[in-house]
Write a protein that binds this ligand. Structure first.
Ligand code: CA
Length: 478
């Protein structure tokens, strides 16, 4: 129970502690202005596919600029090993299993339960209380029902698509709206939405999203703003323009070449955004965050998780440890490498802490304010442990300091990440006491979670049987 209480209320206690230290610290006196937030999320990007994590064949100079002018997190995690639940954790600052978001949601525009429950508060809603304007650009994946879309979840503007992926070339966007979709992945062909209106877009998708990001920075420049830029690149399908492909003549393998071109397009977009912030004089007081929503599915999109074992969908490091960098020139020094445990949950907490006396949080957060750890006010690790769960496979994992325990089929696996980052030597038999201790932590954590509130991708066929009106426009006969 001790652990449960810490998990539920620990961050709130940390908030209070942070307030006190900030009040007393000269460093904190700089923290008067509320920062803008530009949150850039890549999709299925491999851990080792950015320059700041050692990538050699795909230059990412602009993404690396965030790292070089800020901090690289070497032990940074998302909360799930695939898209939807990871995003639900990111945007609420809460471990998404607490509210039943335990599967990758289906595209189901008539289902008000398929997505982020209305009981949850998004970061855009929280920041809206203190005058922020917010835009969501790109992939949403938190619900396609009209009640669950970005403008209903605290965002002032939206440009993008509702489902878990999209094709990249405009000529393939042949479906006028969600009711012309007749199967899960046909939704990849819908026209884009600007707010609630379908639009005719002519650019390669990644370039279009970058253009819109720059547009909203200019539009919002006089207010504090939150830009949530959720690229779907380099998630499949693998599609790139010739101009990006031409940069990678040195890569012969077609999949890797196309993947590289897609990552390069994201990098160009990051460059356009950083340049726009510079031109408007906003860089100093803008927190720019770059991360991936899960590890690379190496076999699918030719991504590379480097020395990490496993891939998207798995609880090995390759599924949940992600490239993660942050820049905020007015608040912490450049060129840092930060090795303690951090989570995508911490972004919400870090932003909320800047305005916490004026924000009413609907639910307790699970993240931690990272700023005191980055500007030297606090030492130690922001997290003592991080947890993951894949409900449908009955798998659970915990990382506590350098030890990691994965329980599921076929057996318990214990790894020491300090000496074995590739999770190659299972120490479970040699260290049964450690297994027992970590398993107890897992059980305590699991007891705080809710049952799944919707069916996911794995239940697509069953869902279709149970919901024959899945794609039928309300009011029309099937
Ligand atoms: Ca993903």
């Amino acid at each position: 129970m001790q652990i449960n209480r810490m998990l539920l209320y620990g961050p709130a206690l940390l908030f209070a502690a942070c307030l006190c230290t900030r009040c007393q610290s000269p460093q904190a006196e700089k923290s008067t202005a509320v920062p803008n937030l530009v949150l850039i999320l890549a999709d299925d990007l491999g851990y080792a596919d950015v320059g700041f994590n050692g990538c050699k064949d795909i230059p990412t100079p602009h993404i690396d600029r965030i790292a070089n002018e800020g901090v690289v997190f070497t032990n940074a995690y998302v909360t799930w090993a695939a898209c939807g639940p990871s995003r639900a954790g990111l945007i609420t600052g809460r471990q998404q299993e607490r509210f039943g978001f335990r599967r990758n949601p289906l595209f189901a525009p008539n289902d008000p339960d398929m997505g982020l429950p209305l009981s949850e508060q998004t970061l855009a809603e929280a920041l809206g209380q203190v005058g922020y304007r917010s835009a969501a650009i790109g992939k949403w994946h938190l619900g396609a029902h009209p009640s669950l879309r970005p403008l209903q979840r605290g965002f002032d503007d939206f440009y993008g698509f509702l489902t878990g992926g999209h094709r990249y070339f405009p000529e393939e966007w042949t479906l006028e709206d969600e009711y012309q979709v007749k199967s899960q992945f046909a939704a990849y062909r819908t026209k884009l939405l600007r707010n609630n209106q379908r639009v005719e877009e002519e650019e390669y998708l990644t370039d279009a999203l970058s253009r819109e990001a720059v547009h909203y920075i200019r539009e919002y420049k006089d207010d504090p703003f939150f830009l949530y830029l959720a690229y779907n690149a380099p998630h499949g399908p693998l599609q790139a323009t010739e101009s990006y492909l031409d940069r990678f003549e040195h890569i012969e393998e077609r999949k890797r070449k196309t993947y590289a071109a897609m990552v390069s397009a994201v990098d160009d977009g990051v460059g356009r955004i950083l340049d726009q912030l510079d031109q408007l004089g906003l860089s100093d007081n803008t927190l720019v965050v770059f991360l991936s929503d899960n590890g690379g599915p190496e076999h699918v999109n030719a991504s590379d998780n480097g020395s990490l074992r496993g891939r998207k969908g798995q609880l090995y490091e390759g599924g949940v440890r992600v490239p993660f960098a942050m820049r905020w020139p007015s608040e912490f020094e450049s060129g840092q490498r930060y090795d303690s445990l951090v989570s995508s949950l911490d972004i919400f907490a870090t932003m909320a802490a800047r305005s916490e006396e004026r924000i009413t949080l609907r639910n307790p957060l699970d993240g931690v304010d990272l700023l005191p750890f980055l500007n030297g006010e606090k030492e130690g690790s922001p997290h003592q442990a991080l947890f993951w769960s894949i409900h449908d496979r009955e798998e659970v994992a915990v990382r506590s300091h350098q030890q990691k325990l994965i329980v599921g089929s076929p057996e318990a696996q214990l790894y020491d990440l300090r000496t074995d980052i590739g999770e190659s030597e299972n120490l479970a038999e040699k260290q049964p006491a450690v297994v027992d201790r970590l398993q107890k932590q897992q059980k305590d954590w699991l007891s705080t979670l809710a049952a799944p509130t919707f069916m996911g991708l794995a239940q697509d066929s069953l869902y279709n049987v149970l919901h024959p009106d899945r794609f039928v426009r309300p009011g029309e006969n099937q």
